[in-house]
Design a protein around this ligand. Structure first.
Ligand SMILES: N[C@@H](CCC(=O)N[C@@H](CS)C(=O)NCC(=O)O)C(=O)O
Length: 234
């Protein structure tokens, strides 16, 4: 019982945050029981502010009473603390550096471009869409062979092999069909980026992603509301 309290894991997040979702995926992949605390970002809890005084953002993972923030660092912490279950980062230093490189590329370049497509319209949106397509073709051409070096660049993703970079890609673009429907644009074209298309399809086929994804209609609703709010504030 004492050990249970010591090992207690709490995640402060929000239902809609892709960053919180990354941590939930990592916890589920490792079969780690956790308590989810739903935060209201317009009225953040004292606990969240105390645990993440620098950024004041979700997600924050609290393990044995100690807080960790920033989704990518939390995932690394989880992987290093719970050695059982699937490895989220390869142990080999070179392969590990490649997984980190591409996770960081998706996080800092592709993520912003996709967000811009959702938040804009007209010519600005067209420019943002061209940027997304360029980044996706860089991943197609240069990324897949490094991320999936074991399978000659062919994406294979299962609950047992899902890695940090799969998690980051998943929380950005696994609902790309909903993006395409709401925005009436093609984002992931199987003709031009067949590998990326196959990668996302494989991610969406895993049990862990199916379990954590909200129903399609709800994703549409959330995206529409987010787009409406962003356009009316611009
Ligand atoms: N770099 C952070 C980003 C986290 C983030 O942007 N969280 C958003 C929710 S999706 C947040 O807490 N926003 C509240 C705020 O900015 O006040 C990570 O990877 O964890």
């Amino acid at each position: 019982m004492e050990e249970e309290t010591e090992n207690k894991v709490t995640l402060h997040g929000t239902f809609m945050s892709p960053y919180s979702k990354r941590v939930e995926l990592a916890l589920k992949l490792k079969s780690i029981p956790y308590l989810f605390v739903q935060e209201d970002l317009l009225n953040k809890s004292q606990t969240l502010l105390l645990h993440n005084p620098v950024h004041k953002k979700v997600p924050v993972l609290v393990h044995r009473g100690k807080p960790i923030s920033e989704s990518l660092f939390i995932i690394e912490y989880i992987d290093e603390t719970w050695r059982n279950g699937p490895q989220l980062l390869p142990r080999d230093p070179y392969r590990r550096s490649k997984v980190r490189f591409w996770a960081s590329y998706i996080q800092s370049h592709l993520f912003d471009a996709v967000m811009k497509v959702v938040k804009t319209e007209g010519e600005e949106q067209e420019r943002a869409l061209a940027e997304v397509k360029e980044k996706l073709s860089i991943i197609e051409r240069e990324g897949l062979k490094e991320i999936f070096s074991d399978t000659d660049g062919k994406p294979t993703v299962t609950n047992e092999t899902m890695s940090l970079v799969d998690i980051v890609m998943c929380t950005l673009l696994s609902p790309y069909k909903a993006h395409e429907e709401v925005l009436a644009v093609k984002i992931v074209d199987p003709e031009t980026v067949p590998g990326v298309y196959g990668w996302l399809s494989a991610i969406n086929e895993t049990d862990v992603v199916k379990d954590l994804s909200p129903p399609y209609e709800q994703v549409l609703e959330i995206l529409r509301a987010f787009r409406h709010m962003s356009l009316s504030h611009s």
